[in-house]
Ligand binder design. Structure first.
Ligand SMILES: CC(C)(COP(=O)(O)OP(=O)(O)OC[C@H]1O[C@@H](n2cnc3c(N)ncnc32)[C@H](O)[C@@H]1OP(=O)(O)O)[C@@H](O)C(=O)NCCC(=O)NCCS
Length: 179
């Protein structure tokens, strides 16, 4: 399971990703739009869960490696939310890149390739993405990769505390040209 772009390799996880993934999820700036950072054991469990998901049906969060240096810089990939909202069941695309690498177009470059994979290889009809309405960088990535905001789609994320400023989410969608 490998997706290659001009500057990135998106692939199954390796043992050497564990430490930089733990660092990514402990970074408060990177995790600003999530209810909390993740402790090491949570990150380790997440990697194991994604390895299993990717092996099973190619739907998972892929480790992102910079071709030029071989460094792990974050993840981009597909997920199927386990909770219920007005648009589930669905396939979601998501991303998290370490802050040292922001603003270079990496998330958009990798996400475009993941969308191509979702439509051409997996034959999906639609992919959605959502984030806190405050997460403007992530919303910009959605726009840059051709996703369109569903203006009726705003929702309160069921996994976020009711009194959190992160509760209100926006929903973006993109459909396969064949779908
Ligand atoms: C969202 C994230 C993955 C973007 O990664 P990236 O590699 O920097 O993304 P790109 O460079 O492809 O695009 C980012 C775009 O957002 C824009 N942007 C960044 N911060 C912004 C802000 N505060 N307000 C508006 N736009 C912003 C950038 O200018 C760029 O747009 P442009 O190319 O039109 O100038 C990264 O910021 C991140 O990991 N954030 C923390 C984790 C997260 O929130 N994940 C998403 C959860 S749904």
């Amino acid at each position: 399971m490998i997706i290659e772009t001009e500057r990135l390799i998106l692939r199954q996880w390796k043992d050497s990703d564990i430490d930089p993934f733990v660092k990514l999820n402990l970074d408060e700036e990177t995790m600003k739009f999530f209810p909390s950072t993740y402790a090491r054991d949570v990150s380790e469990k997440l990697i194991n869960r994604e390895i299993e998901r990717i092996s099973k049906d190619d739907i998972g969060l892929l480790a992102v490696e910079l071709k030029e240096t071989g460094e792990f810089i974050g993840f981009i990939g597909l997920a199927r939310p386990s909770y219920e909202t007005h648009f589930t069941p669905c396939t979601e695309i998501g991303w998290r890149i370490y802050k040292d690498f922001w603003g270079k177009g990496y998330a958009s470059e990798g996400a475009r390739a993941v969308l191509d994979f979702a439509f051409e290889e997996l034959g999906l009809e639609e992919v959605v993405s959502f984030t806190s309405r405050l997460n403007l960088a992530s919303i910009r990535v959605m726009e840059k990769i051709g996703m369109v905001r569903d203006t009726d789609g705003d929702f309160k994320h069921p996994m976020v505390e009711d009194d959190s400023e992160l509760k209100d989410h926006v929903l973006f969608r993109v459909r396969s040209v064949n779908g």
